[in-house]
Ligand binder design. Structure first.
Ligand SMILES: Cc1cc2nc3c(=O)[nH]c(=O)nc-3n(C[C@H](O)[C@H](O)[C@H](O)COP(=O)(O)OP(=O)(O)OC[C@H]3O[C@@H](n4cnc5c(N)ncnc54)[C@H](O)[C@@H]3O)c2cc1C
Length: 289
């Protein structure tokens, strides 16, 4: 099949892009790497009268360290994170990125596209949630920063409104004695994860967990923070932490989706194992730091 007819726009500045999005409202959609949008258009799962191609907007690309954060511009290709020195200050990003699809997809797919698309099984939205990233959203009337905890509304749904554009993601840098891990289970290498987790821990001078951040993917309609597990981990030492028990807390109240790939019970059961494994790896990573 081919997409329904649309008018193609190729702005060269963010101002022009948001101008076009504002002018055409719910008839317009930004086109980033096209790895999700183009198949959906081609299969006629969706249609828009206007596509606003962001690929010529140079100011939407790049990674820079700024005031305790790493700012990733929305059109930065996922593959470009892997070799970026600035992105290296956010180890969760560089650990999660190689797990996104295949390298061909990461060569075209963008950081902003993945986060704006908000697939509940995607890695980067979970990284943004775990790290309390701020999403930079622009429209013709200005720019706002929105916390990741409020950004993801449901499957493929965020608070980015018609006429708005995700322009960048601000990831806080963890500067202490920290460790990070990403773990997931998928049917084949490169498939979307059935379940997964991104997590970070920071140890204080006495070697106790001063901070823990755990975000699950594939376990609900959005990425989910495992707050009860984070609280249980706080104050423990890597050797004393009962990771199996803490991982059970992470999944206890969840009602994971059921589909042809996995039952809800499978996702909850495997999810707990994946969380325990990732926490162990993050604690070891922090212990070595
Ligand atoms: C075979 C295959 C396997 C994949 N496996 C994985 C996987 O394992 N993990 C994973 O995370 N992803 C996976 N993906 C998806 C991939 O990561 C895409 O890159 C991502 O979903 C969308 O990024 P994109 O830049 O291609 O966006 P596009 O496809 O261009 O856009 C996606 C959506 O986001 C909107 N959008 C894009 N940019 C912006 C913006 N700046 N502001 C507002 N809205 C915007 C578009 O309008 C559209 O609705 C896979 C894709 C394929 C085809």
């Amino acid at each position: 099949m081919k997409p329904a007819p649309f008018e193609y726009h190729a702005p060269e500045t963010t101002a022009d892009a948001v101008g076009l999005l504002g002018e055409h409202g719910d008839e317009a959609k930004p086109l980033a790497g096209g790895q999700s949008l183009v198949p959906m258009l081609a299969l006629r799962l969706t249609r828009f009268g206007h596509l606003v191609d962001l690929n010529r907007v140079a100011e939407l690309t790049g990674v820079e360290r700024r005031n305790g954060t790493v700012v990733v511009r929305a059109m930065t290709r996922q593959a470009d994170l892997e070799g970026s020195e600035a992105a290296g200050a956010i180890p969760l990003l560089t650990k999660a990125t190689p797990l996104i699809g295949h390298f061909q997809i990461r060569n075209r797919g963008t950081v902003g596209g993945s986060i704006a698309h908000a697939d509940p099984a995607a890695e980067l939205p979970a990284v943004a949630l775990a790290l309390d990233a701020q999403l930079e959203i622009a429209s013709s009337s200005g720019t706002r920063l929105e916390p990741a905890s409020e950004f993801f509304v449901g499957t493929w749904t965020t608070t980015v409104d018609d006429g708005e554009l995700l322009t960048g993601v601000h990831f806080p840098v963890w500067s202490g004695r920290s460790g990070f891990a990403v773990d997931e289970v998928s049917r084949r290498l490169g498939d979307f994860a059935l379940v997964g987790v991104t997590c970070g821990v920071e140890l204080d001078d006495a070697g106790r967990v001063a901070r823990a951040a755990i975000a699950l993917l594939g376990m609900g309609s959005t990425p989910l923070r495992a707050s009860a597990a984070e609280a249980a981990l706080a104050g423990t030492t890597p050797s004393a932490a009962d990771l199996g028990e803490i991982a059970q807390l992470a999944v206890a109240d969840l009602d994971p989706p059921e589909d042809i790939h996995a039952s809800s019970q499978y996702r909850r059961s495997v999810g707990a194992h994946v969380v325990a494994r990732a926490l162990g790896a993050a604690l070891e990573d922090a212990d070595r730091a």
